[in-house]
Design a protein around this ligand. Structure first.
Ligand SMILES: O=C(O)C(=O)C[C@]1(C(=O)O)C=C[C@@H](O)C=C1
Length: 364
């Protein structure tokens, strides 16, 4: 086929693609109307959940299964990410809060999960994102929970203690590459700004290349870029996307200690999604320390019901000195028979127990 003939065929296919996209969009509007009708019939006056991670999981698996190539599975997912983003925005006005300013890894994780058609709202602190999601100032909030190199994000766990009503709806994994950005060359840099997590992921490189330079912790990596852009002899450890956003040069690329450095984020909303058959659940509880072995007894319940734990963390309870909030993540949905039976039994060992949410295991 010659060039003109191939372009003319593409133009005909484009027309069919656009018609099919609009047919899908009309069906999505029907889905939105059906959700509203169903809530009305149940006498519930809340807005329907427009982002349904379990359903998205099925759509992604299905379309990747249909794919015969030459498009890669990743290309199909990227195209469908935008189709679903448009579909969500047709059904309702959706906003997503994240730790700003623009250019943070939280911003990138939010875009990766929700695409281009939604509104993104930056907040200065992680706790502000969680409060905004709890108070429905935004439809969803996205917060980092842990990094594969530096570990748990304590600000997120501490903020859950203050906002136990917020519910985890989904998890997002984002590969993270930290870089050194500045308006100056390496030898001229006197001060480096970054978030404590980013310093934790790149301290080995900093110890070797900038050993005597002051490290200043700030609220986010993009805030660090903003400050580095406004000061003499300053630099930031942040994402390379901040170079164009804040008019900085990339002085050193990939200063991260671990090559497969990944951060896991939670999408927060008013409720969790229904079971998908491959879910995780995060619990927050305190145990009575006057009871010997109370934590051990609580954790033993998971073994009894054959429930795998994927993470355990603790933070000071802040209400009683030397008492702790435990955060345990398990495989399964809170509505699964074994998990709900385990929760009923664990309650007998806990002073309080909150299910922070159940969410499909990361899938794309
Ligand atoms: O099935 C739904 O609940 C929809 O809202 C439709 C749809 C889609 O376009 O396929 C859109 C958004 C949801 O996150 C999941 C799926």
């Amino acid at each position: 086929m010659d060039l003109d003939a191939a372009r003319s065929r593409i133009s005909k296919v484009d027309r069919q693609v656009v018609d099919l996209l609009n047919e899908r969009a009309r069906l999505s509007l029907n889905v939105g109307a059906a959700k509203r009708q169903s809530l009305k019939e149940q006498g519930v006056c809340t807005k329907p959940e427009v982002y349904v991670p379990g359903q998205e999981k099925q759509v992604f698996e299905r379309v990747r299964g249909f794919n015969q190539g030459p498009l890669s599975g990743e290309s199909i997912s990227a195209i469908y990410r935008e189709i679903m983003s448009a579909s969500i925005s047709l059904q309702s006005e959706v906003s997503v809060g994240y730790l700003g300013p623009p250019g943070t890894f939280s911003h990138q994780a939010a875009m990766k999960r929700f695409g281009d058609s939604l509104a993104y709202v930056p907040y200065t602190r992680i706790e502000d994102v969680i409060t905004a999601a709890a108070k429905e100032e935004v439809t969803y909030g996205l917060v980092p929970i842990e990094n594969s190199t530096f570990g748990i994000v304590v600000q997120t766990l501490d903020a859950f203690v203050g906002q136990p009503s917020v519910k985890i709806r989904a998890e997002v994994h984002l590969p993270v590459t930290q870089s050194l950005l500045s308006r100056y060359q390496l030898s001229a840099i006197r001060k480096v700004y970054s978030h404590p997590q980013a310093f934790g992921q790149s301290h080995t490189w900093l110890d070797v290349h900038l050993p005597n330079v002051t490290r200043v912790e700030v609220s986010s990596t993009a805030k660090a870029a903003e400050l580095a852009a406004s000061e003499t002899y300053a630099a930031a450890i942040c994402s390379e996307v901040c170079a164009s956003l804040y008019q900085l040069d990339v002085v050193a690329t990939n200063v991260t200690t671990s090559s497969d450095n990944t951060t896991r984020f939670f999408v927060l909303g008013q409720s969790s999604d229904k079971q998908t058959g491959d879910d995780k659940t995060l619990l927050m509880f305190t145990v009575d320390h006057r009871e010997p072995g109370a934590l051990c007894s609580a954790l033993n319940v998971f073994a009894k019901f054959k429930i795998n734990q994927t993470a355990i963390n603790s933070r000071p309870s802040r209400q009683r000195q030397w008492h702790y909030m435990f955060f345990v993540e398990v495989i399964g949905h809170a509505l699964d028979d074994n998990v709900s039976s385990a929760l009923a039994e664990i309650k007998t060992y806990c002073l309080d127990l909150v299910v922070l949410g159940s969410y499909p295991r990361q899938f794309y």
